[in-house]
Design a protein around this ligand. Structure first.
Ligand code: CP3
Length: 347
């Protein structure tokens, strides 16, 4: 098994190049994926282990990135909690019974979700023997999941969530605490099923003020980090718009922080302790530009991170559906196949 990515997540990659995988590497930009989506709904792809494993393998077969990421969604926990999940064309995820009162929060189940989520663990078991690189598991973070559960769908400013945080902080803490337990169990079960590292997506935490971030995000992420580190499995924290919360994320001491393009990599390399891996942070929209422009950006990032044993190349956020397929291949080939010429000259 090629474990460069695990070495990098442990800050011990001494190869010439960083490992690479990309967020949403299995998605609509791939014609193979679109062909499957013509035959199956998104929920069918998530809930059927054979299909979820097949989708996970699509980018592995097409481009051989250095890690596979399980094909699933952060919202499967929300469905397992009985709130009802649907993916609507052009709208995205919709939760049928959003939480809008403290009584709904109090009555939310604390029972194990292991049985309802068994399709995820089955997918991992099917995938392990097919892979010669590590498989990454993932979950949504408590705050981001809570926001979906409260808002009921994507929201530009998390109005209901922030209202609840201010008006009924105890109820909100109760919800986050309950979700943290479910999330830790979900991650541990993914690990026993065979994933070798996990990523926690706190995609919406950037809507919070630093004060609310410290009150409603940090303590729960800290609990998750410590529970997963105890298993010896690397844990990556991803938060959109990370630049504003860089210090808070570093203070949580995860194995790695995954940053988007809003973050100045040079500065991050200076302030991030050497035992925390950095993952990121190319703007996915560069993949709409010419390959020459893409190569310039790859070179810039590689130069900044040169010689860092804890660097994983990734995008700052997921690949979007209309990004040219050939440019995704070009990115992965560039990192895997050769260090761009400018770096070689530099050495
Ligand atoms: O990265 C991967 O390849 C692994 C699979 C994965 C999916 N969702 C599949 C998916 C992962 C890691 C996620 C995480 C996820 N899901 C997040 C956190 C990351 C982020 O984007 O910030 C969030 C917020 C969600 C919730 C979610 N699921 C949204 C908002 C959407 C609609 C977005 C869109 O692109 O239409 C989804 C649907 C979804 N989950 C798709 C995929 C590939 C779109 C697939 C389709 O419509 O066929």
């Amino acid at each position: 098994m090629d474990t460069d990515i695990i070495n990098a997540l442990n800050c011990k990659n001494h190869n010439k190049r960083p490992p690479i995988w990309i967020m949403r590497q299995a998605g609509r930009y791939m014609p193979e994926y679109r062909a499957l989506r013509k035959r199956y709904s998104l929920l069918e792809l998530f809930y059927n282990p054979e299909l979820a494993a097949e989708v996970t393998m699509l980018p592995m077969k097409a481009f051989s990135p250095d890690a596979a990421i399980l094909f699933s969604d952060i919202l499967v926990i929300v469905e397992a909690l009985g709130l009802g999940l649907e993916f609507q064309e052009k709208i995205g995820p919709v939760i049928h019974r959003p939480l809008r009162s403290s009584s709904a929060i109090v009555s939310l189940s604390k029972d194990s979700l292991e049985d309802s989520l068994s399709f995820v663990y089955k997918t991992i078991e099917l995938l392990r023997p097919q892979l010669d690189v590590p498989l990454l598991g993932f979950t949504g973070a408590p705050f981001t999941l809570a926001s979906y559960m409260i808002e009921g769908k994507g929201s530009k400013d998390l109005k209901h969530t922030r209202q609840l945080a201010y008006k009924e902080p105890e109820a909100f803490h109760r919800l986050l605490d309950n979700l943290t337990d479910h999330i830790i169990n979900h991650l541990k079960r993914q690990i026993t099923a065979g994933v070798e590292a996990v990523q926690v997506f706190d995609s919406w935490a950037n809507h919070l003020s630093p004060k609310l971030f410290r009150e409603f995000v940090s303590p729960y992420l800290a609990r998750i980090v410590s529970a997963i580190k105890e298993t010896g499995t690397p844990i990556i924290l991803f938060c959109r718009g990370t630049a504003i919360f860089m210090e808070e994320l570093i203070a949580l001491e995860p194995s790695a922080i995954s940053v988007d393009w809003s973050c100045d990599l040079k500065k991050l390399r200076e302030i991030c302790p050497p035992h925390i891996t950095i993952q990121g942070n190319m703007d996915p929209y560069i993949l709409y530009a010419s390959q020459e422009r893409i190569e310039t950006e790859i070179t810039r990032i590689l130069r900044i991170m040169e010689g860092h044993p804890g660097f994983v190349f990734n995008l700052g956020h997921g690949v979007t559906p209309d990004i040219p397929y050939e440019n995704v291949r070009f990115l992965i080939d560039s990192i895997k196949g050769h260090i761009p010429k400018k770096i070689l000259v530099h050495n």
